[in-house]
Design a protein around this ligand. Structure first.
Ligand code: GTP
Ligand code: SPV
Ligand code: MN
Length: 606
């Protein structure tokens, strides 16, 4: 390819630094051609048509699921790869024990030969995107270069993408350069596969130069670089330097029948219920209460001039877990998925629609599973991959909050932290104050899920649900959180929840999903200074009478006691895990946190 000739651009381009970078990367990656994405519907249609011909996408039945598609990944490329994710500042102490660190020059030396010629025979798509509404003071722009058309069209759903972003950049606007390759160059005449990828994988972040390089995977957070790589790992570094927060949080609005409205932001680890909570529909008995959705995965939060935190959802779509999503668990998600979606690694029904475990009680009599094999209910395999996902435009969500694109963000009155804990952790509690809230969030444990490769179901510390996403030393991150409480007049109240406690038979004690509204209402009333609570060892906790049980007989007082039980012995063991985790942070552990731990232990003794 003649890299001196500028490729076709369907819009005005006058940003020398961007143009030079694209040409420099093209001369390294050596694509057959360059395509500058304009973000239009025509462009998406054309890329999709090409992918359908190539077998990368399967068009679903247009009568059942208009303009929607199924992708099947390579069976080795199905989730985020935490062991191949690196954060590369000069000083290893800046990355911390929570990140895989590589010396930046060494990382570059390993990446360069991999990227050399990696796009041969393919198109390099230039994908300009904005995280946050274009022009909002919260927003930041990135440009992803990718040789995956699947990534290019997914980025159009997940971010504001295309020529408006280039216009916003002007002649010298800042952007985060993101380079992505599936790492599967094509020799002349070589036939492509439907999901190209490479056994060797690297997802590298350079926080000092604010760059992202990803090689070898086409899946989710490994490849849609605006999401985890930019909006969390790089943005958490920006946020630390600039005095804001980039968090793995949903944002939802809660409105009472009297019209009082509050927003809460909630952090849960991957595949632990953010999308479900963000789109919750209150039970019938909660007539007049409304829950609205601002975001389901990421929140960028800044102290405002009014002395409160304000938050935006930097994304434009949802990349949500499919299994378990149903008319019962999340009707708003089901409605969001009615058209214009990309499904990855779900099962295909004989009439050209999608299916996954939990969508219906009874599975269809026959399916094609996520690997393209014939499937019947008794065959002993899952039809959909446990980390199969949908990519859906936020604009299709029926519960979308009217202010979800407000460039000033929405005011946040409460933070909720939740893990997946079958034992020990009660249904809900409220921290006594900000620094104790930071302690509870910092020591949160959760059982691992299929969202990342590796063992599922193992308890690990996942502070603020950010273990895989904090792009710097966790000790500095805790310090930043403590600090942020002083940047507002009245820091938000902090709550911890656990929807996942089980009985001795392994059954969930709490009905969850829509019924989580009962806990949200208590939180709403606590923030408003109305709801009752008892001060017990772990924090402020509701008594049975403090929760609105209208229309729900299933949770008796005895069951509630079981859900709220605090076992001092189990909590002592939990504290030992806190200690172990804290000691890994060395001298970067803020002094407040061991003090909080001491107080908690003394209280448990009483
Ligand atoms: P990422 O997109 O991976 O960051 O995760 P997420 O937190 O948005 O995950 P999501 O909401 O899609 O979580 C899906 C999983 O959580 C499924 O296994 C659900 O069944 C489960 N889940 C969500 N809410 C509840 C609940 O209230 N109770 C129970 N028992 N399970 C729940
Ligand atoms: C997560 O794992 O937290 C996700 C999915 O939200 S991914 O974008 O693949 O990281
Ligand atoms: Mn997530």
């Amino acid at each position: 390819m003649n890299t001196t000739a500028l490729p076709t651009v369907g819009y005005t381009l006058n940003h020398p630094r961007l143009q030079n970078w694209v040409l420099e990367m093209a001369s390294l990656c050596k694509p057959e051609r360059i395509h500058w994405c304009d973000g239009s519907q025509e462009e998406a249609d054309r890329l999709i048509t090409e992918m359908v011909s190539a077998g990368t996408l399967i068009r679903l039945n247009p009568e059942k699921r208009p303009n929607s598609f199924l992708a099947r990944s390579d069976s080795s490329d199905v989730a985020r790869m935490e062991d191949r994710t690196f954060v590369c500042p000069k000083d290893p102490k800046a990355a911390g024990p929570n990140n895989n660190w590589m010396e930046p020059e060494k990382a570059r030396a390993e990446l360069r030969p991999l990227f050399d010629g990696c796009m041969k025979g393919r198109t390099m798509y230039v994908v300009p995107f904005s995280m946050g509404p274009i022009g909002s003071p919260f927003s930041h722009i990135g440009v992803e270069l990718t040789d995956s058309p699947y990534v290019a069209v997914s980025m159009r759903v997940m971010t504001r993408m295309g020529k408006d972003v280039v216009a916003a950049l002007g002649t010298d606007g800042e952007f985060v350069p993101c380079v992505h390759s599936v790492g599967a160059p094509l020799a002349p005449g070589q036939k492509d596969v439907s999901w190209p990828c490479n056994e060797t994988k690297y997802i590298c972040h350079f926080p000092e130069s604010r760059e992202i390089w990803s090689f070898g995977s086409g899946y989710g957070g490994n490849a849609l670089l605006g999401k985890k790589c930019f909006a969390l790992r790089i943005a958490s570094n920006m946020a630390k330097d600039e005095g804001w927060l980039a968090e793995h949080m949903l944002i939802l609005g809660l409105e009472s029948p009297q019209g009082e409205k509050r927003y809460v932001a909630a952090a849960f680890p991957s595949a632990c219920g953010k999308t479900n909570l963000a789109m919750l529909i209150p039970p019938q008995a909660f007539d007049g209460w409304k829950v609205t959705t601002v975001g389901d995965d990421i929140a960028w939060i800044k102290p405002g001039k009014d002395g409160r935190f304000h938050a935006i959802n930097p994304e434009y779509g949802y990349f949500g877990v499919a299994p378990g999503t149903s008319e019962h668990t999340n009707p708003n998600a089901i409605a969001t998925l009615k058209a214009n979606c990309i499904f990855t690694n779900v099962a295909l029904t004989p009439d050209g629609d999608v299916w996954w475990e939990g969508l219906t009680k009874e599975p269809p009599a026959e399916l094609i599973d996520w690997e393209g094999k014939a499937w019947t209910p008794g065959c002993g395999r899952k039809a959909a991959h446990p980390n199969s996902r949908f990519t859906a435009p936020a604009s299709q969500c029926p519960s979308l909050d009217p202010s979800w694109e407000d460039p000033k963000g929405v005011p946040v009155d409460a933070f909720i932290f939740g893990g997946r804990r079958s034992k020990t952790v009660p249904l809900v509690m409220q921290a006594f104050n900000w620094s104790y809230g930071v302690y509870m969030a910092a020591t949160m444990g959760s059982e691992t899920t299929a969202a990342a490769t590796g063992k599922v179901g193992q308890i690990r510390r996942d502070p603020m649900a950010m273990l895989p996403f904090c792009g710097y030393h966790m000790g500095d991150y805790f310090d930043h959180w403590l600090d942020m409480g002083h940047k507002v007049y009245n820091p938000p109240r902090v709550f911890c929840v656990n929807w996942f406690r089980t009985n001795d038979k392994g059954e969930f004690l709490w009905p969850g999903f829509g019924e989580n509204m009962r806990v949200l209402k208590w939180i709403f009333e606590r923030v408003s200074g109305r709801a009752g609570a008892r001060q017990i060892q772990l924090g402020w906790m509701p008594g049975y009478e403090d929760i609105d049980w209208t229309g729900l007989d299933e949770v008796t007082e005895a069951k509630f006691d079981e859900l709220m039980d605090v076992d001092a012995k189990a909590w002592k063991e939990e504290l030992a895990l806190h200690d172990e985790f804290f000691s890994s942070l060395g001298d970067k552990l803020p002094r407040e946190l061991p003090l909080q731990r001491e107080l908690l232990e003394r209280t448990l003794d009483r």
